[in-house]
Design a protein around this ligand. Structure first.
Ligand SMILES: Nc1ncnc2c1ncn2[C@@H]1O[C@H](COP(=O)(O)OP(=O)(O)OP(=O)(O)O)[C@@H](O)[C@H]1O
Ligand SMILES: [Mg+2]
Length: 394
């Protein structure tokens, strides 16, 4: 049984086959599986529905070496090494993204972030490694499969959400769905829903030139999330925005995401943005993945001085949540009764006004109302201080 579950083919194994082979000796099992894959019944192996916990996008050992242009090589304009071996922009990077997750790729300029996104989209070809999306090997897609992948599975969002000036907001947002053949009523309903989430529900028939710059950005974001592509690739979409609009857009992305549930790869060089948005964050440095984890993983155990430097700049009050620092029921030192309840996902910054009224300890509960623990004002202030960190966290 164990041998079966750990076998590399196991996740794809059809249930009936699994029942038939359970309990076999590992060596016999190995032979059976190899025979199955070579047999006319091999297609059965792919029948089992995908486990939602399984990775939706899987990238393994992805590498991109850019070769110098021939002319520069011949003119001797490059150092001897790069003239022969090229420049490694992405170096053996592996990661996986679950369905519905926001996966952030973070790193300084030139660290290889856009190159990864372009390889996932097949705008450029990888030098080595594999990219699997929903079980399909992206690097081996033939022209028809590739067209389908680009048209239906993924949607690439660039920095400038250009709107069609001659189309109303609802038509702008519904455009992607129209191209994919969604009928008028359904696409307009979805577009109106997205526009309502970004606060423009009463302006759906307005024209883009009647909007402020910030409003246009909101429409662009609504359009990106309202398509039927399951995956969004977003390459620094908010970098050119002023800080207030940028914050607004980050909040709207979370709101739209909770409604439309896309799987998002989001590129940024801003760690605050990465920590606010990312379920998982991968930090890139000179083409390599140097750490991967949640915001709290990066704050508590930065894997590299480069990440430590970034983390020192992070606004902890907007990244740490009540759940992250709550002391579990029964932990010592908290005898008094809690007077105010807060949910676990409340960021510490939002607790400050309550704490300023003298209400403490606060009781932290999850979405279902179960108690996660309690926190005092002192817990909050000590978590906000980088020197003390969050070492007392539950
Ligand atoms: N077509 C190309 N030919 C040669 N080198 C390239 C090419 N595209 C990118 N590079 C190099 O690969 C490295 C990574 O580039 P990439 O665009 O992925 O960085 P990035 O992390 O997205 O940076 P930024 O934050 O500035 O957008 C850089 O050194 C860049 O000069
Ligand atoms: Mg880039």
């Amino acid at each position: 049984m164990n041998a079966l579950h750990h076998h590399p083919f196991a996740p794809r194994y059809h249930r009936r086959c699994r029942e038939a082979v359970e309990g076999l000796e590992p060596t016999v099992l190995e032979d059976c599986m190899t025979a199955m894959h070579a047999s006319p019944f091999a297609s059965l192996l792919h029948e089992e529905p995908m486990d939602p916990e399984q990775s939706f996008i899987r990238v393994e050992n992805l590498t991109k070496v850019f070769q110098p242009k021939k002319s520069r090589r011949m003119l001797g304009l490059l150092p001897a090494k790069s003239a022969t071996v090229g420049f490694t922009a992405v170096d053996d990077v592996s990661f996986d993204v679950k369905r519905g997750e926001i996966f952030v790729i973070m790193g300084l300029s030139g660290s290889g972030k856009s190159t990864i996104i372009r390889m996932v989209n097949r705008l450029i070809d990888a030098t080595d490694g594999t990219i699997t999306v929903d079980g399909k090997a992206v690097r081996s897609l033939e022209p028809a499969g590739l067209r389908d992948y680009r048209n239906r599975t993924i949607n690439m969002v660039f920095q400038h959400f250009g709107l069609f000036p001659h189309k109303s907001l609802v038509d702008n947002v519904a455009f992607g769905l129209k191209v994919r053949g969604v009928d008028k009523e359904a696409r307009e309903a979805k577009a109106a829903e997205a526009l309502a989430i970004v606060g423009l529900g009463d302006r759906i028939h307005a024209m883009p030139d009647q909007l402020s710059g910030g409003m246009k950005q909101r429409v662009g974001l609504a359009r990106a999330l309202a398509t039927d592509a399951e995956i969004l690739l977003m390459d620094e979409p908010f970098s050119a925005l002023d800080p207030l609009i940028r914050k607004d857009m980050q909040e709207l992305l979370i709101k739209l995401q909770s409604n439309f549930k896309k799987t998002i790869i989001f590129v940024t060089h801003d760690l605050n943005e990465a920590m606010y948005l990312g379920d998982q964050i991968m930090v890139m440095k000179q083409g390599k993945n140097i750490q991967r984890g949640t915001a709290l993983d990066l704050l508590e155990a930065p894997a590299d001085p480069y990440i430590e430097e970034f983390v020192a700049e992070v606004d902890r009050s907007r990244v740490l949540t009540a759940a992250m620092i709550a002391r579990r029921p029964g932990a010592g030192g908290l005898q008094s009764h809690a007077t105010v309840r807060v949910t676990g996902d409340t960021v510490l910054h939002e607790l400050l006004p309550t704490l300023a009224t003298g209400a403490e300890p606060l009781e932290v509960v999850d979405q279902d109302g179960s108690v996660l623990g309690k926190i005092t004002a002192e817990d909050v202030f000590s978590a906000l201080s980088p020197s003390k960190g969050t070492s007392h966290a539950a």
